[in-house]
Design a protein around this ligand. Structure first.
Ligand code: HEM
Ligand code: HEM
Length: 207
């Protein structure tokens, strides 16, 4: 291989780690999901599934009707943006390249390394097995929350979907637990972004 060819293949400090479409859809999604979670919590408060409510200081919408308006407005942003990300992720081969394969052995080894402080983030363009699992997991949670959301939004028009989720009441629980999964992911994800600030920089400016 010539020196020139090597230079284009080998990692160099100036190369793009995350293409623009990933960065744009990532941050649009982050904004949309904050509104979806905040308004969802206010909707939940109107008829709680469990013996607790969310503090009004962290909900969006002020009351049930306001929260529903926010939920259904941000829903379009969330779904359209998510579709762009998933279609491009599949068609460009990014998902296959970055998020697969996930080998259980590697997950165990990387969790162990992370807990003992030995997991490095030398090459930000390559995700470790734990990252792959979490990113793929949250993408699946995103699909589940949209399907269960549609099932409780249009239970008559989409009755097959609602039935597939076990009926209206079960679909509500599915929707709630998908939210809880996403919130759990976010807690870890945001902490990690600040523990490894160069990864945050790469998700903002691409390098
Ligand atoms: C296509 C997307 C979505 C649709 C159509 C949708 C629809 C709905 C509907 C109709 C309700 C009211 C349920 C009821 O009356 O009990 C609801 C509640 C809720 N949504 Fe969504 N939603 C979507 C996405 C999301 C997302 C992305 C999140 C958060 C990550 C979320 C979180 C919640 C929460 C926490 C509730 C309250 C749960 C409950 O008590 O039933 N939703 N959603
Ligand atoms: C303020 C909130 C957020 C911050 C600071 C943040 C930060 C980051 C950073 C720094 C990366 C690069 C990751 C790396 O090198 O490991 C990343 C990737 C990613 N984030 Fe976030 N994120 C946020 C919100 C979210 C939300 C709400 C979701 C989804 C529910 C999400 C899903 C993802 C996914 C799936 C990737 C991998 C993207 C890809 O490579 O195609 N993030 N995030």
């Amino acid at each position: 291989m010539t020196a020139e060819a090597t230079a284009t293949v080998a990692p160099s400090p100036g190369r793009t780690i995350h293409p623009a479409w990933v960065r744009i859809t990532h941050w649009v999604n982050a904004a949309a999901i904050v509104v979806m979670i905040g308004s969802g919590w206010e909707i939940y408060n109107a008829s709680p599934l469990f013996p607790f409510s969310f503090s009004r200081t962290i909900t969006i919408g002020g009351w049930l009707a306001g929260a529903l308006l926010w939920h259904f407005a941000a829903m379009w942003l969330f779904v359209v943006n998510g579709l762009v990300y998933v279609v491009l992720g599949l068609s460009t081969g990014r998902f296959r390249r970055q998020l697969l394969p996930i080998r259980p052995g590697e997950v165990v080894a990387d969790v162990r390394a992370a807990l003992t402080g030995q997991l490095t983030h030398d090459d930000l363009a390559v995700y470790n097995a734990v990252q792959k699992l979490l990113y793929l997991g949250v993408i699946v949670a995103g699909v589940v929350i949209v399907l269960s959301g549609l099932a409780i939004w249009k239970p008559v028009q989409l009755q097959e979907l609602t039935a597939a989720l076990g009926g209206y009441d079960w679909a509500r629980y599915v929707h709630f637990f998908a939210m809880a999964t996403i919130v759990g992911f976010l807690l870890i994800h945001v902490v990690m972004a600040f523990v490894v600030p160069k990864s945050l920089r790469a998700m903002i400016i691409g390098r």
